[in-house]
Design a protein around this ligand. Structure first.
Ligand SMILES: N[C@@H](CCC(=O)N[C@@H](CS)C(=O)NCC(=O)O)C(=O)O
Length: 280
């Protein structure tokens, strides 16, 4: 090839790559921009992906946040869609014009703004224990569940959640990368399921025959436990996670009890396996 031709093609390829990168960055920025809408004052606007086939959100953190808003009796409205937070995650909230990302930071922000403490009746030891269980589930068990759904059983999950194949490849890659960085993704699937089993056993042993995590009265951390375990209980689509959770009758009863207590409108908030629109 002539050197002029080589120069032309290198320049064309370079221009194409740079413009594609710029377009991608612009698209990402647009996608992450908070929609500018007028919202009622003192009402939380919850942004998340949408209602699930068998639970009120497609994500455990969506179930967690909405359960908290109900437990704390805070007025809220849902805005379902693919606009992620500035941190690139779901869910996130808008409150009186402010945007807050991360379900836990949203909860702490609202507690602070509205003077709420759902754990006020518990001792420091109980509060510490509840936080330890919350963090075990969110920072460890969650990733085992993510591997089960998005790596080991990705095509069954895509079918059950109506996720297009291309998006399935993208999410699988993301979860592989994220779990590799976390560490759990470096283990074999047998080892991952073993880790998950030990977490579920620890939770079941601690819950015993209590109604909620700390006793007869629900605590703030129950929202996280319900988000993670409830999502696995109702939305594992027959994967090994489903049988692992269902092995513990107290975890199943717990999910049903949380649903009964905080979600009297549950049936309106799910799509019944995509057979109906969720009406709430
Ligand atoms: N610590 C975050 C976790 C949220 C989270 O990981 N959400 C997932 C859905 S379950 C997500 O947005 N994933 C998209 C991504 O990681 O790019 C929270 O509590 O909100």
């Amino acid at each position: 090839m002539e050197s002029v031709e080589v120069f032309f093609w290198s320049k064309a390829t370079g221009t194409f790559l740079i413009s594609s990168a710029l377009l991608y960055i612009a698209w990402k920025k647009m996608k992450n921009k908070a929609p500018k809408k007028d919202h009622p004052p003192d009402t939380v606007i919850v942004h998340h992906l949408g209602r699930g086939p068998y639970a009120p959100s497609l994500t455990p953190y969506g179930i967690k946040l909405e359960t908290y808003l109900r437990m704390a009796k805070i007025p809220y409205e849902n805005e379902h869609g693919s606009a992620s937070s500035k941190k690139g995650k779901y869910p996130w909230i808008e409150y009186n014009g402010e945007c807050i990302s991360d379900s836990q930071l949203c909860i702490e922000y609202l507690n602070d703004k509205r003077g709420i403490d759902l754990d006020r009746d518990f001792t420091v030891m109980e509060r510490g224990t509840a936080r330890a269980f919350q963090k075990m589930l969110e920072e460890n068990t969650y990733w085992a569940f993510a591997l089960d759904r998005w790596v080991y059983n990705v095509w069954a999950a895509c079918k059950a959640m109506k996720v297009p194949t291309l998006a399935g490849y993208y999410v699988r890659r993301q979860v592989r990368n994220n779990t590799y960085a976390h560490g759990i993704g470096r283990h074999s699937s047998d080892e991952v399921y073993h880790i998950m089993e030990l977490d579920l056993k620890a939770l079941s042993d601690f819950l015993g025959n209590k109604k909620f995590l700390l006793g007869d009265k629900p605590c703030q951390e129950d929202c996280s436990v319900f988000g993670i375990i409830g999502n696995a209980y109702w939305q594992s689509f027959g994967s090994p996670v489903e049988s692992a959770v269902k092995k513990y009758s107290n975890l199943c009863d717990y999910c049903e009890r949380m649903k009964q207590t905080f979600w009297p409108d549950w049936d309106q908030c799910i799509t019944h396996g995509h057979t109906k629109e969720a009406t709430k």
